[in-house]
Design a protein around this ligand. Structure first.
Ligand code: SAH
Ligand code: DHB
Ligand code: MG
Length: 216
């Protein structure tokens, strides 16, 4: 009986064509010792499709790592699109920049280095159509608030890693990222600026999930 990872590999082989720039970004990240926590290929393609489905022209990402999800989001942008991605670690940002420079879409991307809570206020004059929140989980609710401030009604907000192996729903778990996920989900439930749902995911990334919301 195949397991979730085998199914993920099967689906990815079928649905996600090999792309040297995307694979190269994962290889460069691994070679530099970055943690293997980028979105999976199938999830990356979902981000690309969500960008296209929503007609996003301006995308904001919080948490760049080696630029793998960034590359996927950029592939979903039109030629005059723009993507700003925020990363606290200058080494991660440098590795991401090098991979982005190998992509035909890389010139659409600006990598901003610094703690996101310090760089977000500098974007206050911009309006985004899609925000992908994937940085330090403890600040998730703050990032959601910024995402809602920086988007127009009709925008899409995606938050990664809200399930954390089920710990989000385990009252005994006080793991900081589970606590952070509960806070971001509660905010998505209560904030009148967003209408949200969440989906569990299994596969190459273990048991986790995305929350998705429409900015209203
Ligand atoms: N989106 C990436 C994975 C991001 S991992 C992908 O799927 O390919 C989370 C990233 O957030 C790490 O690179 C980490 O350095 C960064 N990060 C952590 N705290 C941060 C902060 N306060 N501000 C900005 N980035 C932060
Ligand atoms: C972690 C972070 C992520 O963004 C992810 O997708 C998986 C794991 C982590 O910090 O453990
Ligand atoms: Mg993530």
């Amino acid at each position: 009986m195949p397991d979730e990872e085998a199914v993920d590999a099967y689906l990815a082989r079928l649905l996600v064509p090999e792309d040297p720039v995307l694979t190269g970004a994962l290889e460069a990240s691994a070679a530099a010792g970055l943690p293997p926590i980028a979105v999976s290929p199938l999830q990356g393609k979902l981000l690309m499709l969500l960008a296209r489905l929503s007609g996003a022209r301006r995308v904001l990402e919080i948490g760049t790592l080696g630029g793998y999800s960034t590359l996927w989001l950029a592939l979903g942008l039109p030629d005059d699109g723009r993507l700003v991605t925020l990363e606290v670690d200058p080494r991660h940002a440098g590795i991401a920049r090098a991979s982005l420079d190998r992509s035909p879409r890389g010139h659409l991307v600006e990598v901003r280095v610094g703690p996101a809570l310090e760089t977000l206020p500098h974007l206050a004059h911009e309006v985004f159509d899609l925000v992908f929140v994937d940085a330090d989980k403890v600040n998730g609710a703050h990032y959601l608030d910024w995402a809602l401030r920086l988007t127009r009604p009709g925008a899409l907000v995606v938050v990664d890693n809200v399930v954390r192996g089920g710990r989000v729903a385990d009252p005994a778990s006080d793991e900081p990222s589970a606590v952070g996920s509960r806070a971001v989900l509660a905010a998505m439930a209560e904030d009148p600026r967003i209408e949200a749902t969440a989906l569990q995911t299994v596969g190459a990334k273990g048991w986790d999930g995305f929350a998705l919301g429409l900015r209203v």
